[in-house]
Write a protein that binds this ligand. Structure first.
Ligand SMILES: [Zn+2]
Length: 257
């Protein structure tokens, strides 16, 4: 199989893929907040830009090597597949730093084999970065799960809108979980959805290919739920790695590429 972006990611595949010709210079650095740009016309964007400038200054002052160190490339060990929900920013809630976590977020943290946006992220994560862990992270009170749960209580209708098409597998799951006592609780659907996405990923070509390439050093897939109520993450205990994997052991393995 061709290795995607291998040539575009020089230096042991740990680069961000930014070529020397696109190296930012002073023209791209933040301008003074007193200058007029488009964002000045919108107070909420102006505030965001000011926060960014304060953040960059604070981080650069505390650790002058931070930005120079990050510019050449990234080497995350974790791929986070989470929900788009603004309340669940993975780097913040996991107490992590830029560069720690490779990310794909979409409504209700879904994965399907036809999702080439996520397939591409998976390939980069597994082939280029050789991440050790994929974490499927759902969260309580997920609006995507709420929407699917509501739709599952109604007679099926043609999926004419993108959100209906996108959530269809989740709606089907919610419908399948209904019992004579009624539909599943939202909390139960959130958990089952995470477990279903873990199963989908384990069965995916891209994970199966990773296990062939890396054997017992291949990626392990985990299912977690973030509790909005108190900010903690719960491990659902559904982790699965390749045959012969030794949990907790060194997973670096031989460099194959
Ligand atoms: Zn959500």
């Amino acid at each position: 199989m061709p290795l995607p972006f291998r040539r575009e990611l020089p230096q042991q595949s740990a680069s961000s893929g930014i070529s020397a010709s696109s190296r930012p210079d002073d023209r791209n650095l933040p301008k003074s907040a007193t200058e007029k740009h488009g964002s000045d016309l919108y107070p909420e964007l102006k505030e965001l830009m000011l926060r960014n400038q304060r953040w960059a200054k604070r981080v650069g002052s505390a650790d002058p090597g931070f930005f120079p160190r990050h510019y050449p490339g990234q080497r995350p060990e974790i791929l986070w597949i989470g929900c788009s929900d603004a309340r669940v920013p993975e780097t913040t809630i996991m107490g992590s730093q830029p560069g720690d976590i490779f990310v794909h977020r979409g409504i209700a943290n879904l994965y399907s084999p036809s999702d080439d946006s996520l397939n591409a992220v998976l390939m980069i994560a597994l082939i280029n970065f050789k991440v050790k862990h994929i974490i499927v992270a759902g969260h309580s009170n997920c609006v995507g799960c709420q929407t699917a749960l509501r739709a599952s209580n109604l007679p099926p209708v043609p999926e004419t809108q993108a959100i209906q098409r996108y959530l269809k597998p989740l709606t089907v799951l919610a419908r399948a979980m209904a019992t004579e006592d009624g539909p599943p609780s939202l909390d139960l659907l959130v958990e089952e959805n995470v477990q279903q996405q873990v199963r989908n990923l384990l069965a995916s070509q891209v994970v199966q290919d990773d296990w062939k390439r890396r054997a017992e050093y291949g990626v392990t897939v985990h299912g977690w739920v973030y509790q909005l109520e108190n900010g903690t993450v719960r491990d659902l205990g559904v982790s699965q790695g390749p045959p012969g994997a030794k949990p907790g052991g060194s997973r670096m393995g031989p460099r194959l590429f």
